[in-house]
Design a binder for this molecule. Structure first.
Ligand SMILES: Nc1ncnc2c1ncn2[C@@H]1O[C@H](COP(=O)(O)OP(=O)(O)O)[C@@H](O)[C@H]1O
Ligand SMILES: N[C@@H](CCOP(=O)(O)O)C(=O)O
Length: 309
């Protein structure tokens, strides 16, 4: 039986102004998944973690993504999947996307890389639909392509890999659960033209800032006038973290995905460490449990290791 082990990274969707269109992959944390291909049909899932997630394939985002892929295969293979989750579900760090993207990358490897990266995103979006009710690709794409990606269009898929200057990312994950489906439900369905103009100026500015290695432009563009004012109300300490981090020299930041995690981009490692300290001080005062990370952008994306038996 052949098997591979993949490291599926956490991802930060939206990158403040780019709701559903921008995302980046992180070097830490990541899930570890072992996938084996066998001649016994069906998908068998085991979770070696503390999150009590469903193991029935149709209820697990990894199972649903793999089923989507299997519909396009002629042969009737079976798969055994062991998931060791380190990215807490409902963290805003792309926990569901890590499972959905990780499993299709692993299966593609076992099948001889017959599918393109774009195909893999298409399969994994079925997992995101299960988790959040909507097919969005802003977490899955950076996992599969690595680095920072722009989803110019979802139907049909048009994914653009962006380059960016080196940056450090400080993240705080307050231990409250915000389900992506709930955090989407509370959003207004219409936007004012004046807000839309600000928002698309910021998205264009952020993409240009990444591509031109222009930290000043990146910093000025990290502003969200549409989603953040609504969702930030669900996150205790949000305004404080953001203001004090920017005062300490962070380029800017905001809600990671749909929250509750908050991220800050920094040019220097020292600044990211200062921001982490600010995050810790603020959450120590709230009494909420939390976890922090200081990490960098993962340009490689999901890492595949072949297991030798
Ligand atoms: N393999 C899986 N990994 C993570 N979440 C899963 C998985 N399978 C099903 N889910 C469900 O998906 C939801 C978590 O997704 P979501 O709210 O988008 O969190 P996140 O922001 O961390 O991705 C939870 O309801 C969880 O039960
Ligand atoms: N664009 C989505 C991203 C959700 O990310 P997650 O990490 O919270 O699953 C949204 O903002 O709803």
């Amino acid at each position: 039986m052949s098997s591979v082990t993949v490291h599926a990274p956490a991802t930060i969707a939206n990158l403040v102004c780019g709701f559903d269109v921008l995302g980046l992959a992180l070097n830490d944390p990541y899930d570890v998944m072992k996938l084996s291909i066998s001649e016994t049909p069906g998908i068998r899932i085991q979770h070696n973690d503390v999150y009590n997630l469903p193991t029935i394939p149709e209820q697990n985002v990894a199972g649903v993504s793999l089923l989507e892929m299997m519909q396009e295969l002629d042969s009737h293979y079976g798969f055994d999947l062991v998931i060791e989750k380190h990215i807490k579900p409902g963290s805003g760090l792309g926990s569901s996307a890590a499972s959905a993207a990780g499993v299709v990358v692993a299966a593609n490897h076992l099948l001889g890389n017959i599918f393109s990266k774009e195909d893999l995103v298409r399969f994994a979006m079925a997992g995101e639909k299960l988790a959040s009710g909507v097919k969005h690709a802003d977490n899955i794409s950076p996992g599969i392509y690595g680095g920072i990606t722009l989803i110019r269009s979802i139907f049909p898929l048009d994914i653009v890999s962006l380059t960016a200057p080196p940056m450090y990312v400080a993240v705080v994950h307050p231990q409250i659960e915000v389900k992506t489906s709930d955090a989407r439900e509370i959003l207004r369905k219409e936007v004012l033209l004046k807000d839309a103009i600000k928002q698309w100026g910021n998205i264009a500015g952020l993409v240009a800032g990444f591509m031109k290695n222009d930290y000043g432009l990146i910093s000025r563009s990290l502003e969200d006038v549409i989603i953040e004012p609504v969702r930030s109300m669900l996150i205790p300490g949000f305004d404080d973290v953001k203001k004090k981090s920017v005062d300490a020299g962070a380029l800017g930041g905001g809600i990671s995905g749909s929250g509750p995690s908050i991220f800050m981009l920094c040019e220097e490692k020292n600044t990211a460490l200062k921001v982490e300290k600010i995050m810790k001080d603020i959450y120590d005062n709230t009494g909420l449990k939390y976890h922090t990370y200081v990490t960098t952008i993962n340009n490689e994306g999901i890492k595949v290791e072949v297991n030798n038996h």
